[in-house]
Design a protein around this ligand. Structure first.
Ligand code: SAM
Ligand code: SF4
Ligand code: FES
Length: 347
């Protein structure tokens, strides 16, 4: 049997590959379809056919950081800034519940307007709605993470972006790789379900580095991994970069599923930006989560991480119906549970 077919089989049976083996799979495209089908089988076996929907509230596009790839970076003066008041965020969460979402994800730039008191209030009010709450608001102190958890937050997403320390620190001026890892470790210690992930296609990123990313996800025992292509934004220093491609992102995602069979993996919005059926293809190549946008009105457009972001002209209710239809059309069902990770002990 060809070596890469053997590697796919090994990954499917043992959920373990070393760095060289992952590089080998990433480098060669001959058996991509076999890889995607294997990831789909493992997804079915370990997390089932249900797709968990998470309603995404993009509550502020104000950010003190300057990540080179991101349209929300502080130095970008071409974007009109907005932030929602705590009660507006809670109202959006109520609407998300009405649409049938069992999880709300609060995402924003690193905006210091949201003090600990404000955040605690928002979290407590949203948790009264009997849904799971995920935060994706960047790097905070241990004390802040602890207070959010005590207020009721269930999950936290913070991508490592890349495990290549030099590349990370080049891409995220003023930020340190150690600090990012500190956040991930503390979140785990505090009992959150921890989500991380990477950008695929950053300038200078290698397949070796992508293999390290996958190994890192396993090492930190992440509960969720979101993988998306980097999409260059006109208003950032990386405007002329090539950006990531759909297939490589899909491969990184599929290998992650094979090596971490029972975690939650979203079919990311950025994937659909590069391929008009991207999220459904991802759902059939290892993913089991979708995060439809529940932000309203012009804010959807203003949360402009990268160009071509899908759904910016649609309403939350349209997206809810749209995604349900697409999921059913591929023979899958929308989950009615909160969709926590069910860890399989024998792994
Ligand atoms: N500020 C928080 C943080 O950085 O963790 C949360 C919001 S941030 C906008 C969420 C994710 O957007 C980042 O982790 C990054 O991977 C992704 N992102 C930013 N710019 C992007 C781009 N140009 N293409 C694709 N994804 C991008
Ligand atoms: Fe801010 Fe997050 Fe964008 Fe970096 S990726 S500039 S921290 S919103
Ligand atoms: Fe928004 Fe389809 S999910 S238009």
């Amino acid at each position: 049997m060809d070596r890469n077919l053997e590697l796919i089989k090994k990954a499917e049976e043992t959920h373990n590959l070393n760095k060289c083996e992952i590089v080998q799979l990433l480098q060669d495209d001959t058996y991509n379809e076999e890889l995607f089908r294997a990831a789909d089988r493992i997804r079915t076996e370990y997390v089932g056919d249900e797709v968990h929907l998470r309603g995404l509230i993009e509550f502020s596009n104000i950010c003190k950081r300057n990540c080179l790839y991101c349209g929300l970076r502080a130095s970008n003066s071409n974007v009109k800034r907005y932030r929602l008041e705590p009660d507006e965020i809670i109202e959006l969460a109520r609407k998300a519940v009405d649409y049938g979402y069992k999880t709300v994800v609060m995402q924003s730039g690193e905006d210091e307007y949201y003090t600990l008191d404000k955040m605690t209030y928002i979290i407590q009010e949203i948790k009264k709605l009997d849904i799971a709450l995920t935060l994706s608001i960047g790097e905070k102190s241990f004390e802040d993470y602890k207070a959010y958890k005590e207020a009721g937050a269930d999950r936290y997403l913070i991508r490592i972006e890349t495990t290549d320390k030099k590349l990370y620190e080049d891409m995220d001026p003023g930020m340190s790789h150690e600090e990012r890892i500190r956040c991930l470790k503390e979140l785990r210690k505090l009992g959150y379900e921890v989500g991380s992930g990477c950008l695929v296609g950053l300038p200078g990123q290698t397949v070796e580095s992508l293999a390290d990313d996958i190994i890192f996800f396993k090492e930190i025992e992440a509960d969720m991994i979101g993988i998306g292509p980097f999409i260059p934004n006109e208003d950032t220093p990386l405007k002329d970069a090539k950006g990531g491609d759909f297939i490589t992102s899909l491969k990184v995602m599929a290998i992650t599923r094979l090596l971490m069979p029972d975690i939650n993996i979203p079919a990311t919005t950025a994937m659909e930006t590069l391929n008009k059926n991207g999220r459904m293809i991802a759902l059939q190549s290892g993913a089991n989560v979708v995060m439809p946008n529940v932000t309203e009105g012009e804010y959807r457009k203003l949360y402009a991480l990268y160009p071509g972001k899908i759904c910016t002209g649609d309403t939350p209710s349209h997206c809810r119906n749209c995604i349900t239809g697409k999921i059913k059309a591929i023979g899958r069902a929308v989950s009615t549970s909160k969709g926590f990770r069910r860890q399989i002990e024998a792994l």
